[in-house]
Design a protein around this ligand. Structure first.
Ligand code: PLP
Length: 389
């Protein structure tokens, strides 16, 4: 039986492929340091887990409203408003199983063949995959290392056309760790303000930053009304397995997303949502401690990579990824990914797992203990000194 041609252009995530290869090496007795998966290595905070357990005991085990638990939507609206200094109504909030559905459903609802969608490249692979899935044309916006992995604004201006229906921004970024500066976001807002297009601001790493607080396009007058804001619980609260995310968007899009939700998952897990209320309204110490630890690791990993022959690494402003430039090694990124895994025992991802503009880079997730990070740097250093002499 042949699958629908609709699936021809749908792609998965490289991280899961490398994980399988790394596990196979471990099964042969090899020691592997895992830096491929984008998941915080901290447990979900105890008070959130307790809230989840209480929710189960209290019977939050039944169907609930598609748009999300009203109390959780209130909490989300409060937190999103306070964090960004904007005014969000709970009526514009939809809760989803993870942040990913805020890519899947709005892209499905908006795009069709003939439309164009701009997206960052290298970027989260789901952007390009989902745009292709709808038959629309993906138009990459290259990220520029010398601009702290922000966008080339002239290129963005040139690429916006009357067919552009969606423009995706991601800050802090996966895979680069870069944060797009406020002035660049303001410049992009001016480019799109009078056009009939929607911005999708993927701010799933909004709380994980080390220097300047990331600026959201929703903070600009008139932009909340034409933006889909994606955020969630996976990264901020180390709740990847609870599958909880949310979107804030204009009503016409929210209705479309809810319609697709009804056709797909009905709603997000009822007891997970009760734990989400505790995550947002309870103590925030665990988030602060996690971010402080990521900052310490960032310093070690960035300076470590800058001492490895053939590698150079720009400092990062957020998320938990380092994206060293490896072009001076003379080895193609995919080959280097394999060699670093097989010869040094460190699992990482080729920059090309995030799009064609990722050639010449590797992505390392530093959601792993400092001792492991130091060991990984030593292993890669030894390997590169052998290769480059
Ligand atoms: N957006 C970006 C940029 C991500 O890196 C991820 C997860 O890796 C997501 C969205 C999806 O997050 P979730 O696990 O909540 O679906």
């Amino acid at each position: 039986m042949k699958l629908s041609s609709r699936l021809n252009d749908v792609r998965g995530e490289g991280a899961f492929d490398v994980l399988v290869k790394a596990r196979a090496l471990e099964a042969q007795g090899r020691s592997i340091i895992h830096m491929e998966i984008g998941e915080p290595d901290f447990p979900t905070a105890k008070h959130i887990i307790e809230a989840g357990k209480r929710a189960l005991d209290d019977g939050w085990t039944k169907y609930g409203p598609t748009q999300g638990d009203p109390e959780l939507r209130d909490a989300i609206a409060e937190v999103v408003s306070k964090q960004r200094g904007i005014e969000v109504s709970p009526d514009n909030v939809v809760v989803t199983p993870g942040g990913k559905p805020i890519l899947f459903f709005p892209i499905l609802a908006l795009l069709e063949p003939g439309d164009e969608a701009l997206y960052p490249n290298p970027g989260f692979p789901i952007y390009e995959s989902m745009i292709r899935f709808t038959g629309a044309t993906p138009v990459p916006m290259p990220l520029v290392e010398s601009r702290g992995f922000s966008l080339d604004l002239d290129q963005v201006r040139d690429k916006i056309s009357d067919r552009t229906k969606l423009l995706i921004l991601n800050s802090p970024q996966n895979p680069t760790g870069g944060v797009i500066p406020e002035e660049d976001i303001r410049a992009i807002a001016e480019m799109v303000r009078d056009r009939d297009l929607i911005v999708l601001a993927d701010e799933v790493y909004s709380r994980i930053y080390f220097d300047e607080k990331p600026f959201s396009i929703t903070q600009i007058d008139g932009m909340l009304e034409k933006t889909i804001l994606l955020d969630g619980f996976s990264k901020t609260f180390s709740m990847t397995g609870w599958r909880m995310g949310y979107g804030v968007m204009p009503k016409f899009l929210l209705d479309a997303v809810c319609l697709l939700m009804v056709n797909c998952n009905s709603h997000t897990s009822s007891f997970s949502q009760r734990a989400g209320i505790e995550a947002l309204r309870g103590p925030q110490d665990a988030v602060d401690e996690m971010v402080a630890e990521f900052a310490r690791r960032r310093d070690v990993i960035v300076s470590g990579f800058n001492n490895i022959p053939g590698f150079s690494c720009a400092s990062t402003g957020g998320a938990f990824y380092a994206f060293p430039n490896t072009s001076k090694t003379g080895i193609k990124s995919e080959d280097l990914e394999s060699r670093v895994l097989n010869e040094a025992g460190v699992a990482c991802l080729s920059g090309t797992s995030f799009g064609a503009y990722g050639e010449g880079y590797l992505r390392f997730s530093y959601a792993t203990a400092l001792g492991e990070i130091k060991e990984a740097l030593e292993r890669i250093d030894t390997m590169m000194r052998k290769i480059l002499g």
